[in-house]
Design a protein around this ligand. Structure first.
Ligand SMILES: NC(=O)C1=CN([C@@H]2O[C@H](COP(=O)(O)OP(=O)(O)OC[C@H]3O[C@@H](n4cnc5c(N)ncnc54)[C@H](OP(=O)(O)O)[C@@H]3O)[C@@H](O)[C@H]2O)C=CC1
Ligand SMILES: Nc1nc(=O)c2c([nH]1)NC[C@@H]1CN(c3ccc(C(=O)N[C@@H](CCC(=O)O)C(=O)O)cc3)C=[N+]21
Length: 269
């Protein structure tokens, strides 16, 4: 983009606290920006910072013409009000798609949000790229969080799937899941979906990232999904691995949203 227009897209990431996973994700995002020529701006605040401090950085980035995307890494420390913080990000720079106005547009018919949340968008991109039919199919999303499950279900519905959402209070989750042509698992429970939860030939997207002990690994743990890969790969027609599946797609969608934002702000098409 720079060669053609002189504009370099910019992504600002705000990280509060020292959660090891969050630091890894932020590092990966920064590295990916470097690969594709997106400027990254990072603010790392201590866990005991005040909400006002976070809001101050957000308003600086909202006003900064070199910044086209703002991401506040979640979860925030418990003394902060996540809703206040996410509301403060300008919806024009909300590359995470977490602003209530963007989510609201996603839920409404015949409306287009400026940004779609990266992880669910990455799941849809995988379905599209692998030629999976969505229209008229039964899709089950397991998990209903604001950042993954709920927007994933909305996206599937926008593409004419018939959706069911399974959550922690659902009775007979395996029976409901077995009816699905497309399954998106975003729960946070290692290996929860067993082979007998899946209809033969179904397409399975595993969003979960769970650490389980692994004495053979130098780190002492390994990453596994919410889906028992060994069992389900024998039943499903397609399945995403963990790691190396939805995670890298999330980062790719973040870069794509940031580029789209820079183009929109500068009126390039
Ligand atoms: N690959 C990627 O890019 C990303 C991966 N993740 C991973 O995805 C997973 C989910 O993340 P996130 O959505 O943020 O998690 P949350 O903890 O916010 O949400 C989990 C959801 O799963 C539901 N749930 C929990 N236990 C069960 C159960 N036993 N049966 C059925 N439903 C259950 C909860 O139900 P209820 O609403 O009733 O509490 C909730 O809706 C995690 O492993 C996370 O690390 C997350 C973001 C990005
Ligand atoms: N504001 C905000 N936006 C997010 O998008 C957001 C967030 N907060 N908080 C946490 C979750 C989680 N998330 C991941 C991104 C990449 C990988 C990823 O690259 N995973 C690699 C493995 C990385 C590793 O080794 O740990 C893989 O699956 O192959 C994982 C998870 C984004 N999230």
């Amino acid at each position: 983009m720079k060669e053609a227009t002189g504009v370099v897209p910019g992504l600002a990431v705000i990280l509060v606290g020292d959660r090891a996973e969050s630091a890894t994700y932020v590092r990966n995002k920064k590295k990916a920006c470097g690969h594709v020529g997106i400027n990254s701006f990072e603010v790392h605040l201590p866990a005991n910072s005040s909400e006002e401090e976070v809001l101050k950085y957000i308003s600086e980035f909202n006003a900064d013409p070199n910044v086209h995307g703002i991401l506040v890494q979640l979860p925030l420390p418990s003394h902060m009000n996540e809703q206040n913080v996410l509301n403060a990000v300008s919806m024009e720079k909300d590359v995470d798609g977490f602003h209530p106005l963007n989510i609201g547009q996603l839920a409404m018919r015949d409306r287009e949000p400026l940004f779609v949340p990266c992880t669910p968008k990455g799941c849809m991109e995988l379905l599209h790229r692998y030629g999976v039919n969505i229209k008229g199919k039964r899709a089950v999303v397991i998990g209903r969080s604001n950042i993954v499950g709920m927007p994933a279900a909305l996206l599937l519905q926008r593409e004419d799937a018939t959706i069911s959402i399974v959550h922690s209070r659902t009775s007979s989750p395996e029976e409901i899941t077995r009816q699905a042509d497309i399954v998106i698992a975003a729960v946070g429970q290692a290996n929860m979906l067993r082979g007998n939860w899946i209809k033969p030939g179904a397409v399975v997207i595993d969003v979960g990232i769970n650490r389980v002990e692994d004495p053979t690994s130098p780190r002492g743990y390994k990453l596994v999904g919410d889906v028992c890969y060994e069992e389900v790969c024998k039943v499903a027609s397609a399945i995403t691995p963990v790691p190396g599946g939805v995670g890298p797609m999330t980062i790719a969608m973040l870069l794509s949203n940031t580029l789209a934002s820079a183009k929109r702000i500068h009126n390039f098409h």
